[in-house]
Design a protein around this ligand. Structure first.
Ligand code: GLN
Length: 384
């Protein structure tokens, strides 16, 4: 087909997301896929049963715009039990059609043209483009080169009267670091007395290792008041293809987020919401997740012990960073392509998460995979 209209791209420098590019290459070369943070194993069969039950019972029409009441109540109850913060299920909880959509609705609802939004590189790839689509300016700040921590003094110096939002993410994709109580204190201190809203991407809230706790923004009451939390059922229940997540925010913020959500999706899928509402009654469905993924992390780390990669610490999330520049001077993009073509294993180059393409000679591995895939992936990586 041929479009006769003159097109001016709204995101001229943005291509197809790295997860799709690498996923396509992985299928083309029949490579083992350790790239996307998507499980290749089944979810709890009860979740499918309850969802199918809902479909058979005719729950196939629009859910309420803000989400199924039983699910919103379950989400609020979980948050109260974990943090002591009470979100009103009617006004302060919204079920969204994926965390990605929740992030979009939060940014579009709360960021104005001319605003500045601080975020941290390396970052999930949607933040900056969505900020730019609002006519606002993303301000990337690099995490520290050692340990990938937030350089709070630098954040303080970047805050200006135009700063509308700070986007944080814990556990962190792609670096697998997690917030400490001190990170929350610093963030609270920097934003106190300002109009800055914190957007907190907490999709890996239930995946924190080695006995550490999840320091999400709801753990700090002053921060919770000025924050939007975005979370994911896909990540917590091994169903990333179902596209259901949720947002938590004070009612004043949520009103604006819902104005966008209603015109993007109107509502998230109905039968799945019945399934999640039912499974959430049993807290063990998410409480065991840290231990479950820690075993996967340890399996992959153990299986890569004899390889040439230097493995960086993974404190949470589905990810493990592996440094290859000790034995190869290739650019990370080239290295990843070579791994796919010659070793038939797919990973993500860390540079894809940097707005300026910084290349540290590191790749990201996802261990949200079954044992056989992890062992075979490690075997192929060890042959490099
Ligand atoms: N969060 C997933 C990852 O980082 C990808 C999500 C997506 O592709 N939208 O691998």
């Amino acid at each position: 087909m041929h479009c006769p209209a003159q097109l001016r791209s709204k995101l001229p420098d943005v291509g197809t997301t790295i997860f799709t590019v690498i996923g396509d290459l992985a299928s083309q070369y029949q490579a083992l896929n350790l790239s996307q943070g998507a499980p290749n194993f089944d979810c709890d069969p009860r979740l499918v049963d309850r969802t199918v039950d809902a479909m058979r019972a005719g729950k196939n029409q629009y859910a309420g715009m803000t989400g199924l009441p039983a699910l919103r109540s379950a989400i609020a109850a979980k948050c109260l039990a974990r943090t002591g913060v009470a979100y009103d299920p009617d006004d302060e909880v919204t079920v969204v059609a994926s965390a990605s959509q929740g992030l979009y609705a939060a940014i579009a609802g709360l960021v104005h043209p001319g605003d500045e939004v601080i975020y941290f590189d390396p970052a999930f790839d949607s933040y900056a483009p969505v900020v730019r689509l609002q006519g606002a300016t993303p301000i990337p700040i690099k995490l520290t080169p050692n340990g990938f921590r937030i350089p709070w003094a630098e954040v303080a110096s970047e805050i200006s009267p135009r700063t509308r939002m700070i986007i944080v993410n814990t556990p962190h994709n792609p670096t697998a670091t997690v917030f400490s109580a001190d990170d929350l204190e610093q963030l609270a201190a920097l934003t106190a007395g300002t109009n800055i809203i914190v957007l907190s991407d907490e999709v890996y809230e239930h995946v924190v290792f080695d006995g550490a706790e999840h320091y999400g923004v709801a753990r700090h009451p002053a921060l919770a008041d000025r924050s939007v939390i975005v979370a994911s059922f896909g990540k917590s229940y091994h169903v990333t293809g179902w596209r259901v997540g949720y947002c938590l925010a004070s009612a004043a913020l949520m009103v604006e987020i819902r104005k966008i959500h209603q015109f993007m999706m109107f509502a998230a899928d109905t039968p799945m919401q019945y399934g999640f509402a039912d499974l959430m009654q049993d807290p063990s469905t998410y409480e065991g997740l840290s231990a479950f993924y820690q075993r996967k992390r340890d399996l992959l780390v153990g299986a890569l012990a004899g390889s040439r990669f230097e493995l960086l610490p993974s404190a949470g999330s589905f990810f493990l960073l592996a440094r290859f520049n000790g034995f190869s001077s290739e650019r990370d993009n080239d290295f990843v392509l070579r791994l796919i073509r010659e070793h038939r294993v797919a990973t993500i180059p860390l540079s894809a998460f940097y707005s300026d393409g910084t290349d540290l000679g590191i790749i990201r591995l996802s261990f949200s995979k079954d044992e056989a895939t992890l062992l075979e992936g490690a075997r192929r990586l060890s042959a490099v």
